[in-house]
Ligand binder design. Structure first.
Ligand SMILES: NC(=O)c1ccc[n+]([C@@H]2O[C@H](COP(=O)([O-])OP(=O)(O)OC[C@H]3O[C@@H](n4cnc5c(N)ncnc54)[C@H](OP(=O)(O)O)[C@@H]3O)[C@@H](O)[C@H]2O)c1
Ligand SMILES: *[C@@H]1O[C@H](CO)[C@@H](O)[C@H](O)[C@H]1NC(C)=O
Ligand SMILES: *[C@@H]1O[C@H](CO)[C@@H](O)[C@H](O)[C@H]1NC(C)=O
Length: 296
């Protein structure tokens, strides 16, 4: 009986809650109409496709990356496609001061913020890890630390709008991935940080959703050039991938899996982890933490 109460009921509750929440709502493009959205890493690849989809849906956009000329082209195309407004701010996410200035500027340009889509990454080399510690530092700074800084800067506006943080990750952020160890580490870090923060927001009743997107190989120029002749994997179209990322964010889903194989989400979804997390959360005295420390 004690066993039932301690384990079976929470597990049953977890699955009921999971099915209830996952089948709640259907996506409609109008959900993004007039919404104020930031997209990082939007000068090419998946980020650019995300911007184009959002433009067609009538969103306000601020895009960023380092290359001004490409961003200019993305912005004019977004306006042609029907964006409510579109601006760019160029800069490097290696610079933490830029992350803060960028979010402030974007907030001013749009008059608020509903969604921030964190998507940029620094260049990754495919091969054996050869003790390049400086490379690990750079990857952690651009792929992880800047995501934390951007979300910190965006949170006050997102709280006001009941907004969303969308974090673009990879299969390599859920499973070990030899030959891109530093990249894999940075993507695991995103899961550790943002999945923990999601539970903190829940505990503190902060209504900002966090969506982690776990992508398989996508046919962007960068990825195809990097893996060609080395990894024998099937690439999925970047346009479809971009749309699934937006859908997941708009529906406030916790995780989005996008891969050519339907088994990926089943195998990497890890229900064991989710059960363990919910059992663990029940043992935390949230009220005393809320009282002792400032709220998020
Ligand atoms: N493609 C795939 O197969 C695949 C698979 C799994 C996950 N993902 C994830 O999907 C996301 C997008 O990947 P992608 O293939 O579309 O990449 P991509 O085409 O190489 O685009 C990367 C973007 O990041 C920007 N960027 C690079 N360094 C930057 C820096 N220091 N500061 C600011 N911006 C910087 C680039 O623009 P500039 O060079 O102009 O700065 C570009 O806009 C990434 O998070 C990636 O990990 C991709
Ligand atoms: C945000 O959600 C709360 C309920 O959690 C609601 O009272 C409030 O009106 C919402 N604000 C906006 C801007 O949607
Ligand atoms: C959180 O905000 C979303 C979007 O505005 C809203 O649909 C939802 O009802 C809110 N949830 C809570 C618990 O207030």
């Amino acid at each position: 009986m004690a066993f039932m109460k301690k384990y079976l009921l929470p597990i049953l509750g977890f699955f009921l809650a999971y099915y209830y929440y996952s089948a709640k709502e259907e996506f409609r493009p109008e959900m993004l109409q007039g919404k104020k959205v930031i997209v990082t890493g939007a000068s090419k690849g998946i980020g650019r496709e995300i911007a184009y989809h959002l433009a067609k849906m009538g969103a306000h956009l601020v895009v960023t990356a380092r290359t001004k000329e490409s961003l200019q082209q993305v912005v004019s195309r977004c306006l042609e496609l029907g964006a409510a407004s579109a601006h760019y701010v160029a800069g490097t996410m290696e610079d933490l001061a830029f992350t803060e200035q960028f979010v402030a500027k974007a907030g001013k340009l749009m008059g608020g913020l509903d969604m921030i889509i964190l998507n940029h990454i620094t260049q990754t080399y495919l091969g054996f890890f050869q003790n390049d510690i400086q490379h690990v530092r750079k990857i952690m700074e651009v792929n992880f630390l800047s995501y934390v800084a951007l979300s910190v800067a965006a949170l006050p506006m997102l709280k006001q709008s009941n907004g969303s943080i969308v974090v673009v990750s990879s299969l390599a952020g859920k499973m070990a991935q030899p030959f891109i160890a530093p990249y894999s580490a940075s993507k695991f870090a995103l899961d550790g940080f943002f999945s923990s923060i999601r539970t903190e927001y829940f505990a503190a009743k902060v209504n900002v959703s966090i969506t982690l997107c776990i992508l398989g190989l996508i046919n962007t120029d960068t990825a195809i050039t990097a893996v060609s002749g080395k990894f024998d994997l099937k690439a999925s179209p970047k346009e479809d991938c971009a749309l699934e990322i937006i859908k997941g964010g708009a529906l406030r889903q916790e995780e989005v899996y996008f891969d050519h194989s339907p088994w990926t989400s089943v195998l990497l979804g890890n229900p064991g982890r989710k059960i363990q997390e919910s059992l663990n959360f029940r043992k935390i005295n949230v009220d005393s933490i809320l009282k002792s420390k400032g709220l998020p």
